[in-house]
Design a protein around this ligand. Structure first.
Ligand SMILES: O=C(CO)COP(=O)(O)O
Length: 254
């Protein structure tokens, strides 16, 4: 019933030659593989969306932004709007990644406005949530994640089923530490419970994906969990063989 999503977050990586090579290697590896309930989404730096859109042809890949402005146009130097992402071929955009929350002081309220702006532009927001190690160890994890989700849900009102949630424990990002599958499943189940408070149907429909040191080696076991509907991959998405193996393990696991 829920879509399976494998999302590559390239962060501040890529260049013209690298992008060309990645698309050609992903094309060779995924050629002919089609699945109506699987989506593989590349989120490169916004500046490369146009190049990738031109390179993708009929390869079964989609594009997403890494962030967007909560504004639609105007005097906001350096920002990229949802319409601009849409024009460049995006179907998705990440919102509220922990690196933006921490480094750019993005509050829950701002993340909610960005998710709303994304939907208004016809984009599906992938809303990132997750706790620090300190929050986990001091027992605040559930409250932190609940608040992150509630802010968005309260702002979106009728549109809540149109989003994707990405659970990324901050202590597992880029550290080589992955949440144990049981730990990840437990939080995903908790997130579905929070969603259920808004709508049972939405809770069943919204894909909740996991991110944090995902690799080809741990992807299959994560994807076996009942409430893990896909993966948000950072470092391993920059290595075509690793990323392909992750995509193929997902395509083969359903
Ligand atoms: O932040 C992430 C994806 O958004 C996870 O990054 P890593 O896979 O490098 O840990």
């Amino acid at each position: 019933m829920r879509n399976r999503l494998i999302v590559a977050n390239w962060k501040l990586n890529g260049n013209w030659a690298f992008n060309e090579m990645m698309i050609s290697e992903l094309s060779a590896g995924l050629g002919g593989v089609q699945s109506h309930d699987h989506e593989i989404i590349l989120c490169p730096p916004a500046i490369y969306l146009q190049q990738l859109n031109g390179l993708m042809g009929d390869i079964p890949l989609l594009l997403g932004g890494q962030d967007l402005s909560e504004h639609f146009f105007g005097a906001y130097t350096g920002e990229v709007s949802g319409q601009m992402l849409k024009e460049l071929g995006c179907r998705y955009t990440l919102v509220g990644h922990s690196e933006r929350r921490a480094r750019h002081q993005e509050s829950n309220e701002l993340v909610a406005l960005k998710a709303k702006a994304a939907l208004a532009c016809g984009l599906i927001p992938i809303i990132c949530v997750g706790e620090t190690l300190e929050e986990r160890e001091s027992g605040k994890m559930n409250a932190v994640i609940q608040r992150q989700i509630q802010s968005v849900m309260e702002c979106l009102e009728d549109d809540i089923s149109q989003v994707v949630i990405a659970y990324e424990p901050i202590w597992a990002i880029g550290t080589g530490l992955t949440a144990k599958v049981e730990q990840a499943q437990e939080v995903h189940e908790f997130i579905r419970g929070v969603l259920r408070e808004y709508s049972e149907l939405s809770a069943q429909k919204i894909s909740v994906i996991y991110g944090g040191s995902v690799k080809a080696a741990n992807a299959p076991i994560l994807l076996e969990m009942p409430d893990i509907d896909g993966l948000l991959v950072g470092g391993a998405s920059l290595l075509s063989s690793e990323f392909l193996a992750i995509c193929l393990s997902s395509l083969n696991s359903k």
